[in-house]
Design a protein around this ligand. Structure first.
Ligand code: DAS
Length: 356
């Protein structure tokens, strides 16, 4: 009899110990990896091929299998949303991606999303999602500057850290991130600054939000401009986005590309001006023709950082221009596209450029 009771006591003790252990060790977060292509999914002929490789060839299940350490930090599932070099990113893929992210993050069993992406337009997709994701769960965009076949490839560690970040409680509510080269950037301010080096992503105006030390994300600042759940933009019912073109200014420019954008049916034009968003006298006939047709003109700058001051280098009040604040041309275009889904009023759009 005593043996039976002893056995029951030992069994009970082991069950309680296992339950206590399970309670102590937090369950691993469930992170979904949405793959779109890029160098992070690229392959070269030799281990020293860091230019002249083929982007967007490795499928998402292989990206995951190539980093077995992912399974230590999260429960992973993967989906292939597209397989492109990101210079070919389209508005259709953006809308598909945004809707899928919102669907996934609405599920209780999904803690965060990582999006693998080419570096060329990574900052654009990140900013677009920063304005349309309807969740405060982490969304992390990640790429690489070297293909997976290269010596010292940067993709695997970038992916590993992105998964940790997407599953980290302290990453919630901070907007969409870009995680590259040990650094955590906010979607609004990050940009690609160097054509061919792993330290290419910078947030020139305000700096990164944080860094990785080992397996740990460390935050030092937080984005103040509105994003995600505080954004007024919603892609749910959208099948397309209004056409907005960017025109680049340079010495001798006569406004030819403004005329071309108007002829192509642009609803908005972002002018990548010189200096503080300057527009040349010779451009004004084309600009005034665009304004007359109800096209919204946003003054940004080709300079790459700094604020475009309203009524600084142009009479914004007189012409009805919108000043881009500190958004570079490619990001100003994204905000203008979304703004045009809500209004065509320049004053209201200016408010949006001072909000996001
Ligand atoms: N062509 C580039 C792209 O897909 C490769 C990269 O990811 O850097 O954006």
């Amino acid at each position: 009899m005593t043996k039976r009771i002893l056995g029951i006591i030992i069994a009970l003790f082991l069950v309680l110990q296992a339950a206590a252990f399970a309670a102590e060790t937090p369950a691993k977060p469930h992170v979904v990896i949405l793959a779109t292509g890029g160098t992070i999914a690229g392959a070269g002929v030799t281990s020293t091929t860091t230019v002249g490789y083929t982007a967007a060839v490795t499928p998402v299940d292989k990206l995951i299998a190539n980093v077995p350490e992912l399974a230590k930090v999260a429960t992973i599932s993967g989906e292939q949303v597209s397989q492109i070099a990101s210079e070919s990113m389209t508005m259709e893929i953006w809308l598909k991606l945004a809707k899928r992210v919102n669907q996934l993050l609405a599920r209780d069993d999904v803690n965060g999303v990582v999006i693998t992406h080419g570096t060329d337009t990574l900052e654009e997709t990140a900013y677009f999602l920063n304005l349309v994701v309807k969740s405060d769960k982490p969304v992390v965009l990640v790429g690489s500057m070297r293909p997976g076949t290269a010596m010292s490839a940067d993709g695997p560690l970038n992916l590993y850290r992105s998964v940790i970040l997407a599953g980290a409680r302290e990453a919630a509510g901070k907007g969409v991130f870009v995680m590259m080269n040990d650094t955590i950037h906010g979607a609004r301010d990050v940009t690609k600054t160097i054509t061919d080096r792993v330290d290419t992503f910078r947030s020139p105006e305000v700096g990164a939000l944080g860094v990785f030390t080992g397996d740990r994300p460390v935050f030092y600042r937080q984005a103040l401009r509105k994003h995600t759940v505080d954004s007024e933009f919603d892609v749910t019912g959208l099948a397309t986005l209004p056409r907005v073109d960017i025109v680049y200014h340079y010495a001798g420019n006569q406004g030819t590309m403004i005329d071309a954008a108007v002829a192509a049916g642009a609803k908005g034009i972002v002018h990548a001006g010189t200096g503080n968003g300057s527009i040349a006298k010779a451009e004004y006939p084309a600009v005034e023709n665009a304004l007359k047709q109800g096209i919204i003109v946003v003054r940004s700058s080709r300079v790459g950082s700094g604020i475009i001051a309203r009524n600084g280098e142009a009479d914004d009040d007189k012409y009805g221009f919108v000043a881009a604040d500190s958004l570079n041309p490619q990001k100003a275009r994204i905000l203008l596209m979304l703004a045009l889904t809500k209004t065509n009023d320049a004053k209201e759009i200016q408010r949006m450029f001072w909000t996001y």
